[in-house]
Design a protein around this ligand. Structure first.
Ligand SMILES: C[S@@+](CC[C@H](N)C(=O)[O-])C[C@H]1O[C@@H](n2cnc3c(N)ncnc32)[C@H](O)[C@@H]1O
Length: 412
């Protein structure tokens, strides 16, 4: 262990004095992790495995668990996972490289490591996946799960597998998992974490590949996917889902089983500020009914599930950009203060059965204001990125499948 600290300290010594905050932060995090681990290897592994089992035990519990207890358990899981990542010894380049691919943002490993603390997203997925696995295993002795864009910790599955192993609920003969990520650092970190959690027998493959091109060598029973950001922008969820849904067995399921992307017109101050003044944390259960009543819902822009994905038709524009036609909406005419409102897009995620991730439960379902849309109002200087329409107009939405995915509204 001491040797490893020396190595990392010398890396710090040679660091460029111009390193930005991100780099400094990441080096510090790694060093802190190593300092914390004055434990023997077996003590560390025990703590790691315990933290994963405890966090998932809490979210699978049907009785309400306090927010603080949940966040504490998830922080503990993060603290332990980061130590495995530190042991994978990623270079700064591998840790911090973030870029835009042809189908969306590829977040750096450094930025992705935090998703394991996103309590209610993991809760909604883990509870859904748990039921889906139970459902599938009723009719089949074994299943294959594909989890693309899983990030460095694969947090929607590794904690659940730790729990299954600990509780002896399901064996590796019953569940085989394929993990895919395009970031070499995510793959290195996953390899270390899977080894540390002693879950190797459950993992058939950890592939370093672009999920929009990956071809699994077996049929898939469950496709678990979360590569989205708020407002369904930036990351390549749709391109990944559209490609991989083809490899689902005929009775295979996608998780989330349904994502509904909806539009609304809101008074920004009410929706994004006043609503949250009196509450401790943002969550769908803490939304104010007054603020909800003040919204003007415009309806669903796009529905994403196994059947819509299989039917989706792409249109290719002249410059090679591909778009998916989404829904048309008619802007209501009876809203007196329409010109004071901003357009916002949010996702409602049904993971499986009754489980889901509601608005504000996670960054991915947080409504996203889009200030390029002007209804009953003209911007001072119109730019080509602005969309200007009036109450009563019919608007056709398209979803752009480029490196910057997102909705493009067009007046009909
Ligand atoms: C936000 S992080 C991890 C999210 C993860 N699914 C979770 O549940 O926490 C996004 C990860 O997706 C990976 N990713 C994004 N687009 C990808 C693609 N087209 N192919 C493979 N990996 C991708 C990135 O490399 C990154 O590690």
């Amino acid at each position: 262990m001491e040797k490893k600290q020396e190595i990392n300290e010398s890396k710090l010594g040679y660091a460029d004095p111009q390193v930005d905050d991100l780099l400094k932060h990441s080096i510090r995090t790694q060093l802190e992790s190593l300092l914390k681990s004055k434990l023997t290897t077996s003590q560390r592994l025990q703590l790691l495995q315990k933290s994963f089992v405890e966090a998932i035990t809490l979210v699978l519990n049907d009785t309400k668990v306090e927010h603080q207890q949940l966040t504490k358990a998830f922080e503990a899981m993060y603290d332990q996972a980061v130590q495995s990542m530190a042991l994978a010894e990623l270079s700064q380049e591998v840790l911090t490289r973030q870029y835009i691919s042809a189908t969306g943002l590829i977040m750096s490993v450094q930025n992705c490591k935090h998703t394991i603390k996103d309590v209610y997203r993991i809760q909604g997925y883990a509870r859904g996946i748990d039921q889906a696995i139970a459902g599938k295993l009723q009719n089949s002795p074994s299943i294959t799960i594909l989890y693309p864009a899983c990030g460095p910790f694969a947090p929607l599955l590794l904690p659940l597998l730790s729990y299954y192993k600990d509780s002896k609920s399901y064996t590796p003969d019953q569940i085989q998992v394929i993990l895919v990520d395009v970031q070499p650092g995510a793959v290195l970190s996953l390899q270390q974490l899977v080894k540390d959690l002693q879950l190797e027998d459950y993992i058939s493959q950890i592939a370093e590949a672009d999920a929009t091109e990956f071809v699994p060598d077996t049929g898939i029973d469950l496709l678990v996917l979360e590569a989205m950001q708020h407002g369904f922008t930036k990351e390549g969820q749709l391109s990944i889902a559209k490609h991989l849904v083809k490899f689902l067995n005929i009775d295979g399921w996608m998780i989330p089983q349904n994502v509904s992307i909806r539009g609304m017109m809101v008074i920004g101050e009410t929706e994004f500020n006043q609503q949250w003044k009196q509450v401790d944390y943002s969550h769908s259960m803490n939304m104010s009914s007054e603020a909800q009543q003040d919204r003007i819902e415009l309806g669903e822009l796009l529905k994403i599930n196994k059947s819509t994905l299989l039917e989706m038709q792409e249109l290719e524009l002249q410059d090679g950009i591909k778009v998916i036609p989404a829904n048309q909406i008619v802007l209501p005419t009876d809203v007196a203060d329409m010109s004071k409102r901003i357009f916002a897009v949010y996702a409602h995620i049904e993971t499986f059965a009754q489980e889901g991730v509601g608005q504000y439960d996670s960054g991915i379902t947080h409504p996203r204001p889009d200030t390029s849309v002007y209804i009953d109002l003209k911007p001072k200087d119109i730019e080509h990125t602005h969309f200007v329409a009036n109450s009563g107009d019919t608007v056709q939405f398209y979803y752009q499948l480029s490196g910057l995915p997102g909705f493009v509204p067009v007046k009909v």
